[in-house]
Design a protein around this ligand. Structure first.
Ligand SMILES: [Zn+2]
Length: 338
């Protein structure tokens, strides 16, 4: 099948409307040093059983975040289609070049998939993939879940996250979905590092849109993978696609937290070697020193203190000690009283 809608150069080799479980590829035209005529394959799976809602689930938007990639590959291979009502479209490695290189950004064009939306037909590969997904996949979905974690640079408390939207009804549904997922935290976040996010695009189409931050590359393991798997399961139950019982992740209900003051995103005042004084879940107050940065070129000089400007709980912290000026050190959140 050759899908040329929206002038996208990408093609897809499965029918998204066909019942059953179908593994296929999005194919991006390439001309490389090793092959003048080539296509880059991005795996895509559709699981469909009759009429019902559509969910679009993506992993590997950032290549070094593997929780979603593993969870979605496992889901595609293990789901019992008899329990499906409607359709699930999975792209486990949205930025596959980055996923197999172990990098956040694409090694082909250096682009960040989560800043590339909605892309364009004549963009570099990252923007071409974003453009196809923006115009041919996301519009089909009732529920969009883009699965992230801290990757190589950040540790996170496991959360389902979302923007705070002006549309009250959409926000209410997203909060309901976020709590139904069952992760320990529902994190309302702000954008402090650019635009062009997949979730922002999907929200703009009115979709129930969730992200996640499930841990990090070094927290990756049995526990974070189980949380990711169970949250996806619960969201498919919530949206009415999966006719199975939901899974209780914890006896405590999810805590809704908010870090939407730009000062909650504490950036490094200088470059150097970061020494954190706080851990995930710690509570801090404005003015508190939460880390210091050592100057490897002048070790006799006092380390530079990093202070927070807001009160809150440490939702995430930098995991890589090597830090450049302006990179985020911690993010603070406060519980939302409903
Ligand atoms: Zn990410």
């Amino acid at each position: 099948m050759n899908d040329t809608s929206n002038n996208s150069p990408l093609t897809i080799d499965i029918d998204l409307d066909a019942d059953g479980i179908h593994f296929g590829n999005l194919k991006v035209p390439q001309s490389t040093n090793s092959a003048g005529w080539a296509q880059y394959y991005i795996p895509i799976v559709v699981i469909k059983n009759g009429n019902g809602p559509t969910a679009f689930l993506s992993g590997g938007n950032h290549g070094d975040e593997y929780e979603g990639q593993v969870a979605l590959m496992n889901l595609a291979r293990s789901i019992d289609i008899e329990n499906v009502r409607g359709r699930i479209i999975l792209i486990p490695m949205l930025n596959k070049p980055a996923a197999i290189a172990g990098t956040r950004l694409s090694p082909i064009d250096g682009k960040n998939m989560n800043r590339a939306f909605p892309g364009s037909a004549d963009d570099d590969i990252t923007g071409q993939i974003a453009h196809y997904v923006a115009h041919n996949i996301i519009p089909l979905a009732d529920l969009v879940v883009d699965i992230h974690s801290g990757g190589s640079s950040m540790h996170f408390l496991p959360s389902v996250n979302m923007h705070e939207l002006a549309d009250k009804e959409q926000m209410r549904s997203m909060l309901e979905a976020g709590q139904a997922a069952g992760a320990p935290y529902v994190f309302l976040y702000a954008d402090v590092a650019g635009s062009g996010l997949l979730p922002s695009y999907a929200e703009g189409l009115g979709k129930i849109t969730l992200g996640t931050e499930m841990g990090s590359k070094s927290q990756f393991g049995k526990e974070t993978l189980a949380t990711t798997r169970d949250c996806i399961h619960n969201l498919l139950v919530w949206v009415g696609i999966l006719d199975e019982p939901s899974i209780t992740l914890s006896n405590e209900p999810p805590v809704v937290v908010k870090g939407t003051d730009t000062r909650d995103y504490v950036m490094a005042p200088c470059s150097g070697i970061l020494e954190p004084f706080v851990e995930l879940g710690d509570t801090v107050t404005a003015g508190e020193v939460i880390a210091q940065i050592h100057n490897p070129e002048d070790i006799s000089a006092a380390a530079t203190e990093v202070r927070v400007e807001t009160d809150g709980m440490i939702m995430c912290r930098r995991s890589n000690p090597l830090t450049s000026q302006g990179e985020v050190v911690v993010t603070l959140v406060r519980e939302v009283q409903e």
